[in-house]
Design a protein around this ligand. Structure first.
Ligand code: EPZ
Length: 434
């Protein structure tokens, strides 16, 4: 298993470029199921989850081209030859976002057989709201032997109200609705930019959607969709992670190829924590060296609130801030896996239920630590960038799932970080989903 070796102490200086959003690319790739025509997606990130999604679609009979070996930032997908609407457990267990094929498969083929994703490191991650919505649209769903089997001759438009805000639930049912018979109104939807990205692709394919990015989405079902070419938005979580990397190292770092409009809550919180930030242009945000970091509380919320996917990274910053920061995790029940590893590096953090109390500034010392999930891994990298000495981070395959060439990008702005072990190659995905 690959490891990162990181020597802390260097301020990050220069420009670092953001890749396309993994959590936009995944639903957009699944949307290719909805048409016989070719879909081309640009600016997709070259990360393991995209490779997993390619395997999943190919296992169903789709033809998925992931571009040349050295430039896999675009993909062309044809589901004309979709022959086997089954998402097998061997793949689903490595990436729970595989459940995003459920809605499109039922909408396109009238049938889907999808392995239940099971839980993961950060929580139970049920998909009951996906199921409830599809049943409301006329699908019959049987759960047995760890699989969901959904059938519908043609889904019917319905009035759906989500009991909880769910990002992939909103995306899954949006993809079900675009080919349904009649109008679907979805209330209490997720407003994440990744939902808006998917809706933009579906509209380019001929879907009739209003309200994407708001809590209420209205869809007029159409008989069929055609092909399209679409460019994925930048990854706001990768951008936020790099902003914190610049802030925690006291660097002067410009994060380029991002969308500052998607970073408002992150930027506001970093400014409250004493980070000096400006926005030099429409696709970049710059962090300047500041005097000192100040404690500031966060409470994770659905978009446009402070993202749960930035909670672990912010916690690393809070260990260096002057004062007590309260970090409340409202979205997932077990998203503090990074805490004990940060404590082993010298952080002062106490957890009580869904709230972590961080006292700073704490002097961090390098240690051998273990990555547990995608964003916890990023948190440990950030801590290692300021820790005294050389840290070893194990199980960095978690990072490879959602961060493209992470160590190369950080090295290009002065971080002392090396990958040990096998060079990242798309080997069998690891049995951990989050
Ligand atoms: C998406 O996961 C993201 N993944 C996650 O990013 C992100 O953390 C999460 O949204 C929240 O923003 C992708 O987009 C591929 P949810 P998702 O459904 O859709 C509960 C990363 O780091 N819920 O919005 O699975 C659920 O348990 C990953 O890139 C139900 O109860 O999350 C959670 O408490 C990690 N029933 C809450 O809703 C359901 O049917 C929000 O989950 C669905 C969800």
């Amino acid at each position: 298993m690959d490891k990162f070796v990181i020597r802390g102490g260097n301020p990050l200086v220069g420009t670092i470029r953001v890749s396309g959003a993994k959590n936009s690319a995944l639903p957009c790739m699944a949307a290719a199921i909805l048409t016989e025509d070719e879909i081309t997606l640009e600016n997709i990130p070259q990360v393991r989850d995209i490779e997993t999604e390619r395997k999943l679609l190919a296992s169903m009979g789709a033809v998925v081209d992931l571009g040349a070996e050295n430039d896999r930032h675009h993909t062309t997908i044809s589901c004309r030859t979709l022959s086997d609407p089954v998402a097998k457990y061997e793949i689903v267990k490595t990436m729970r976002a595989s459940s995003l094929v459920l809605g499109p498969l039922v909408a396109r083929t009238g049938m889907a057989r999808v392995a239940m994703p099971g839980g993961c490191a950060i929580g139970g991650r049920p998909i009951d709201l996906h199921i409830k919505g599809l049943e409301k649209m006329g699908a019959t769903i049987v759960q047995e032997h760890g699989y969901l089997e959904a059938r519908a001759s043609r889904l019917k438009g319905a009035h759906l109200v989500f009991d909880k805000i769910t990002v992939t639930g909103t995306e899954d049912l949006l993809m079900a609705a675009v080919l349904a018979d009649g109008e679907t109104v979805m209330e209490n939807c997720a407003r994440e930019p990744e939902v808006t990205d998917l809706a933009a692709l579906l509209t380019a394919m001929g879907a009739r959607i209003e309200g994407a990015g708001t809590s209420t989405i209205r869809v007029q079902g159409v008989a069929s969709l055609h092909g399209a070419r679409y460019r994925i938005n930048p990854d706001r979580i990768e951008a936020g992670t790099f902003l914190i990397a610049g802030a925690i190292t006291g660097g002067d770092l410009t994060v380029a190829d991002c969308n500052p409009d998607h970073l408002r809550a992150i930027i506001a919180k970093l400014e409250e924590a004493g980070v000096r930030i400006d926005i030099p242009g429409p696709d970049s945000v710059r962090v300047h060296p500041g005097e000192r970091l100040l404690a500031a509380d966060i409470s994770t919320e659905e978009y446009p609130g402070f993202p749960t996917d930035m909670q672990a990274q912010y916690m690393a910053l809070a260990t260096q801030a002057d004062g007590v920061s309260l970090i409340k995790e409202n979205i997932f029940e077990n998203r503090f896996m990074h805490v004990q590893e940060l404590v082993r590096m010298g952080a002062n953090i106490k957890v009580d239920g869904r709230t972590a109390t961080v006292r700073g500034p704490a002097k961090l010392s390098a240690a051998a630590v273990m990555c547990s999930d995608l964003r916890a891994s990023a948190s440990l990298v950030l801590a290692a960038l300021v820790a005294d000495g050389e840290s070893i981070l194990d199980r960095v395959y978690h990072m490879d799932r959602g961060y493209e060439r992470f160590e190369e990008k950080l090295r290009s702005v002065g971080a002392e970080i090396q990958r040990m072990g096998n060079v990242f190659a798309p080997r069998e995905p690891q049995p951990v989903a989050d």
